[in-house]
Design a protein around this ligand. Structure first.
Ligand SMILES: [Fe+2]
Ligand SMILES: [Fe+2]
Length: 442
């Protein structure tokens, strides 16, 4: 039976821990040894391949999933050591066992020491020893291949994890970029809206200014003072802006009213003028509420003549029902009227207002106002400039009148571009005598 392969199917049993039946390859030139081993190992449940030809053994190793090869040392063509060395080269995972007589013991030991062979079996063998050796060899094969398989699985999983991470990172970055873009767009939109909003308010104030310079100056000063007051009272954010805007537009209902109604204190108006005057808060609200983003400010405008004791107009609201921004505006407007229209010193004006705290004004507002307004105006450096040198932002230290006595802009006004243009236009038709006095500090 030279060169004949004996292959026997497994009969269940010698499976690796992973569950697969393991294959053992037998190589020996003596057929009866092959037969004996074949029988024994089949009984143990291995799938057995057997050949008397070392050349064919090489082919079988490459073609079948061989776990263990058992080779005789002494064969006519090549020695077992040579065959096992060749198998190690071609299929390193195959566990090699040498079958040897006592005479070849030295070669067998040498092969083991060089790592060419896992174990050796001496002829004649004890069946139990042989089975144990083959089992160890098969287990060794299982451990080596299983270890490699697990390593590969781990590597693949790592690889996949890395890819997932990279993709995730990319996704997060992409999403972050999107969010940043969106945020920037919203910020730009918000800024544009804010600008539109402020421009609109500024145009209204300029219209008030064109109608009456005092009214415009009053609007600007009251807006600034009301904002400081509100801030001091703990109002912040959009509510603070709302107070400022409401205060800037509070007297917009006076546009078109007879000049006396604007210039003369309310208690000195005729009944007919009084009636017009008392209509300006509601008229102001009616004008502003047509603009969506001014609707809130319009409410404040409506209530800026309400009194703390409920005796104000147009609604006679009690103190608790009056928006705090309206209370602030009322106080700021009243103080500005006393100081800039009637020429009362700030300290005196505050004294007068303190007497009205709890009736006309919210006592808390008056208290905070007293903290804010310095009793004595700070000393200012006043210079006299020719009309051409006036610049926006300068504050007038004296009223501006034309040579013919026409009153143009009151002292205390902070000049803006529109006013300066208006002054220069007037100057063409009714010259402004001398220089304009402006204060540099403040
Ligand atoms: Fe008013
Ligand atoms: Fe006012």
């Amino acid at each position: 039976m030279t060169d004949q392969v004996m292959e026997t199917p497994p009969r269940g049993g010698a499976a690796a821990p992973g569950g697969n039946v393991q294959t053992v390859l037998l190589v020996d030139d003596e057929e009866n040894i092959l037969k004996a081993l074949n029988r024994l190992l089949r009984r143990e449940g291995y799938r057995v391949l057997a050949t008397t030809s070392p050349m064919e053994a090489m082919d079988l190793v490459l073609e079948h999933p061989v776990a263990v090869v058992i080779s005789d040392q002494r064969m006519p063509e090549v020695s077992g050591t040579e065959l096992l060395a060749a198998i190690k080269e071609a299929a390193p995972d195959v566990v090699r066992v040498m079958l040897t007589g006592y005479a070849d013991m030295e070669a067998a030991m040498d092969a083991i020491n060089k790592g060419e062979v896992f174990r050796f079996i001496t002829k004649p063998w004890q069946e139990s020893d042989l089975v144990a050796t083959v089992r160890q060899a098969a287990l060794q094969h299982f451990l080596v291949t299983e270890n490699r398989r697990l390593l590969q699985v781990t590597e693949e999983q790592n690889q996949r994890l890395q890819e997932l991470n990279a993709r995730l990172e990319e996704k997060v970055l992409e999403r972050t970029r999107e969010l940043e873009d969106r945020h920037r767009e919203l910020q730009e939109l918000h800024a544009r809206l804010q600008t539109n909003f402020r421009d609109t308010v500024r145009v209204f104030v300029e219209i008030m200014e064109l109608y009456d310079p005092f009214l415009g100056g009053h609007a600007n000063r009251v807006a600034a003072l009301a904002r400081r007051l509100a801030e001091r009272m703990g109002i912040e954010g959009v509510d603070l802006d709302l107070v400022e805007i409401g205060a800037a537009l509070h007297d917009i209902g006076l546009i078109g009213a007879p000049k006396e109604v604007v210039k003369v204190p309310a208690d000195r108006l005729t009944p007919a003028q009084q009636e017009i005057y008392r209509g300006h808060p509601a008229l102001g609200q009616r004008l502003l509420k047509k603009i969506e983003f001014l609707r809130q400010a319009a409410l404040l405008v409506r209530s800026h003549h309400e009194r703390f004791d409920g005796q104000g107009f147009p609604d006679g609201l009690p103190g608790v029902a009056i928006p705090v921004g309206a209370m602030i505006t009322h106080a700021a407007s009243y103080l500005d009227g006393l100081v800039h229209r009637e020429g009362v010193a700030p300290a005196k004006a505050l004294e007068r207002m303190s007497g009205l705290a709890g009736t006309v004004f919210d006592p808390e507002v008056v208290r905070v106002l007293a903290e804010l307004v310095p009793a004595q105006a700070p000393p200012r450096k006043v210079v006299a400039l020719p009309l051409e040198e006036l610049e926006p932002g300068m504050r007038l230290a004296a009223d501006i009148k034309t040579a013919s006595g026409r009153f143009l802009v009151p002292r205390g006004t902070r000049l803006n571009e529109v006013q300066i243009m208006r002054l220069r236009n007037f100057h063409q038709v009714d010259p402004i005598a001398g220089r304009v006095r402006v204060s540099l500090e403040d």
